[in-house]
Ligand binder design. Sequence first.
Ligand SMILES: Cc1cc2nc3c(=O)[nH]c(=O)nc-3n(C[C@H](O)[C@H](O)[C@H](O)COP(=O)(O)OP(=O)(O)OC[C@H]3O[C@@H](n4cnc5c(N)ncnc54)[C@H](O)[C@@H]3O)c2cc1C
Length: 423
Amino acid sequence: MECVDPLSLDPQHPRRVIVVGGGYAGLTFAVTLVNRTRASDGIEVVLVDPRPYQQALSELDLVAAGTARPQFAELWYADVLRGLPIKVVHQRMESVLPEEGVIQLGPRGTVVATIPYWRLVIATGAIASVPPIPGLEEHAITMWSVADAMKLQRAIEKQFGYAARLTDPEAKHRALAVTVVGGGATGVEIIGTIAKRLPSMIRRAGHDPGQLSMTLIEARSDILFDLPVDQRARARRRLEKMGVRLQMGRKLVAVDETTAHLEGGIDVPSPVLVWAGGAHADPDAISWQLMCERSGRLAIDQNLKATGTEAIYAIGDVAAFRDPNDNHVLPMLAQFAIREAEHAAVSVLGEARGVEPKPFVPNMHGEFVSVGPGWGVGWMFGVNVSGWFAIVMKRLTYVVYWMGVGSFRLAWKRTVQMLQLRR
Ligand SMILES: Cc1cc2nc3c(=O)[nH]c(=O)nc-3n(C[C@H](O)[C@H](O)[C@H](O)COP(=O)(O)OP(=O)(O)OC[C@H]3O[C@@H](n4cnc5c(N)ncnc54)[C@H](O)[C@@H]3O)c2cc1C
C-alpha cells in the first residue's frame, strides 16, 4: 500500500475505484478487488479513511474490560495492506457529487481536494444512536470506538477509587454498580465481558465482590431477540449465574449521574452506564445527494448500487439492502458487510471486463454471541450451539476474516494475540 496526497492523484485516470471507509466492508472490498485484478483491467484502487487503522468494533468489549489491550481492536492498514497495490488517502469524505462523478475530501465544512472516480464504493458504517432520553447523552458511554472502550475502563476505575473512600456499606454498594442498556448482541457481549472480569478486579482493589451490582436493562420482554428462544434462555441463565441482574420489559425514561430511571418508578443504581441501544447509519449519508431510506441508510438496489446511480455502490452498515425473500433490511452485522463487499468487488471487476453485475444473495449461515469471553450462544446451519464451542466458532469467523483481508501472517499474529487475552 502507499499513503498518498489526494492532490497527487492523476485527475484523468480512467478506471479509478474509490472506496470510502476502511471498516469491515471497505477493507474487504479493496483487498478482494486488488487480489482479483489483472494489470490489463487498468484499475486503480484508492481507499479513503481518516484513520490509519480499522477499528474492530466487535473486540471493544474486551478492551473496555481490560481483557485485551487497545491495540487488539486496531487493525493497522500499513500492516494489513502491506505489498498490495492500494493507494490510501487519510482524509474524510465531505461530499459526493454524483452528477460530476467526483468526491470531495476535507474536514467538516471544508473541501481540500476533489477526486474523480470511475466507480465509487461507499462504506462509511454507522454510529451509536442515542435517543433523546433526558440525561442519556450526558451520562451514558457508547461503545463505538477504542476511545469509548477506554472511557468505560476509566469510568469503572474511577468508580472503584471513589467507592474505596466510602464507609457506609449501602453507599458503597450503590457506587459499585455498572449498568448496560440494550439487550441485543452488543449489550449482552459488553455486560458478559464485564461480569467475567469485574469481580476479580474488585477483589484486587480491596472491595468485597458481593458489593458489586451489574444490571442489563432491556425494554422488550427478552434479550437477544434475533436468536432462537432456547438460546436466549441459555444466555439469560448464564448472565444470572455471573451475577448480572436482568431488568426486562421496562423502558429507560431518564438518567442522572448515579441512577437509571425506568418506567413504573423503578430506579437502577448506574454510576457507570453503557448505552448499547441501537445504531444509526453514518448521519452524513443524507447530505450526499443520494436516496436514503427512512432509517437514514442509503437506499441500494439488488446489485448493491445506490438507487438511481450507475457508478456508485454502497455496502455495509451505511446501506440498506432489502432481502428479496421478505423485503426486510439486512441487520448491521460485520458478516453482511463482508459478504456485500466481496460481491461488490466481483461486480466492479466484472464491469471493467464488460460483464453485467449479478444480484447479491444474502445468506446467513450462523450467528454467535459471547456471554463472557469464553462462553457463548448461537446457531450455525440451523443447529443451536452454546458454550466454548460457540466462542470457538465465533473466533474462527474472525480468523477467516483476517486470512481474507490480510494473509496467513496476519491471521497467525491475531490468533496468538487472541490466545494471550487475559481471562
Ligand atoms: C460494540 C460492537 C460489537 C459488535 N459485534 C459484532 C459481532 O460480534 N458480529 C458482527 O457480525 N457484527 C458486530 N458488530 C457490528 C459490526 O461491527 C458492523 O456491522 C460492521 O463494523 C460494519 O462494517 P462497515 O464497514 O459497514 O462499517 P465500520 O466497520 O464501522 O467502518 C466504517 C469506516 O468508515 C470510516 N468513515 C466514516 N465516515 C467516513 C467519511 N466521511 N470519510 C471517510 N471514511 C469514513 C470510518 O473511519 C470507519 O473506518 C458490532 C458492533 C459494535 C458497535
